[in-house]
Ligand binder design. Structure first.
Ligand code: GLA
Length: 386
């Protein structure tokens, strides 16, 4: 906390009336690429995330500085000019939120000085961008006394990602970052936005996050392509089924769906969506039954489906997952959008050390890159740090 306040002061040369906020990252345990198909997902907010120190000004200037993008220095903007600007990099998230709030008629009178510092690896599948968006929305809600609910904050943040940043993501990341609950994961129905807190751990086991440190520049365009492929599938199926979302279909329908969808790629995408929904429903039961082995099996099936039907894994993620399973993990899978980024593994406590050593060695040998591990706790959603 003191380090953050000092850092703010060294950038802006003042330190009066500062407020500090924290917005977590997220890990998704199961239910991948189905939050834009009305599916059930199972994410948790985590103990790595984004901090923001803020001072409310009495003019309409906004000054933004991120310790994660120091090359950009202080980005100076104005509340009356909030158009997207490529040169503003990360600061576009802040502009997008203010822009949207103003367009929706919220009163935003004054600007602010903001210092941001995060310990989430960027573009790694742990939602550094949603963490920043929701942080901005929460700060705006607090400074301007907007009285938004947490679900509204998530929806506004998602709208900025979709319309201002051009990434057609679902609601999962923003919703868990806004609504996370300490020591729990949330089962979220993305069709209705109903949420149920659930235990997300098994005695004797630990979740280990493994970062490929491999970032594909085309993640957003590939992601949007998957979203499009799903809507093509939905369009075809709507001619026969009365459905709003792909996740309303049951796996028993797949042989018939195969006949309706002649395009192989589209069929594989739909097949992933329908089976992933089924796995997430089963995962909920396994968690209730306290069955780590059954749960882990679903994680492995999920990865297999994301690799073969949805094609969002690749050699980096596959190598990590295979090595983890070989050396102690009982289940492992990509988490988040994929195409690089992170995987998670469920590992017995006394096997973690050995697993990490082996995974590190194998991964480096195969890819030339170094894996990073994070053992996180599950935390509350965005809030002010007192
Ligand atoms: C990204 C998106 C989410 C979700 C995941 C995949 O994190 O932002 O909405 O679609 O990918 O499950």
């Amino acid at each position: 906390m003191n380090h953050l306040l000092d850092a703010f002061e060294s950038i802006y040369q003042h330190n009066k009336d500062l407020r500090v906020f924290y917005s977590p990252g997220r890990v998704n345990i199961i239910g991948e690429h189905i939050d834009y198909n009305g599916g059930l997902v199972f994410p948790a907010a985590i103990s790595i995330g984004t901090y923001g120190v803020v001072f409310l000004r009495n003019d309409r200037k906004v000054r933004l500085y991120s310790a994660n993008f120091i090359d950009q220095g202080i980005v100076n903007i104005d509340i009356d000019n909030l158009a997207y600007d490529e040169n503003h990099g990360w600061a576009n998230y802040a502009k997008g939120i203010l822009n949207l709030l103003i367009n929706k008629g919220y009163q935003i009178q004054y600007g602010f000085d903001l210092y941001v510092d995060g310990n989430l690896p960027t573009a790694s599948g742990l939602s550094s961008s949603a963490s920043l968006e929701v942080l901005m929305t929460y700060i705006a809600d607090t400074l301007y006394k907007l009285n938004l609910t947490r679900v509204e904050m998530a929806l506004l943040s998602q709208e900025v990602e979709n319309k201002f940043m051009g990434m057609h993501c679902g609601i999962m990341d923003q919703l868990i970052i806004a609504c996370g609950i300490k020591d729990k994961a949330l089962l979220m129905n993305t069709a209705t936005l109903e949420m149920e807190a659930s235990n997300a751990s098994f005695d004797g086991y630990q979740w280990v996050i493994m970062n490929t440190n491999y970032q594909r520049k085309t993640t957003d365009s590939k992601y949007n392509q998957r979203v499009r492929e799903c809507s093509q599938g939905l369009k075809i199926l709507k001619e026969k089924y009365q459905i709003k979302y792909l996740c309303e279909l049951s796996i028993d329908e797949l042989p018939y769906i195969r006949k309706l969808i002649t395009d192989d790629t589209i069929f594989h995408r739909v097949s992933h969506v329908v089976t992933e929904q089924n796995r997430t429903i089963k995962a909920k039961l396994m968690m209730k039954k306290n069955d780590p082995i059954g749960f882990a099996q679903l994680l492995n099936e999920s990865h297999y489906s994301l690799k073969n039907d949805y094609e969002v894994t690749g050699i980096h993620l596959d190598t990590l997952v295979e090595a983890a399973l070989k050396y102690g993990a009982i289940g492992a899978r990509v988490t988040g959008a994929g195409f690089g980024g992170c995987a998670i593994a469920l590992v017995e406590n006394d096997k973690i050390k050995h697993m990490k050593e082996k995974v590190k060695e194998i991964y480096n040998k195969k890819t030339g890159l170094n894996v990073e591990f994070y053992e996180v706790t599950f935390e509350n959603g965005v809030g002010e740090v007192k």
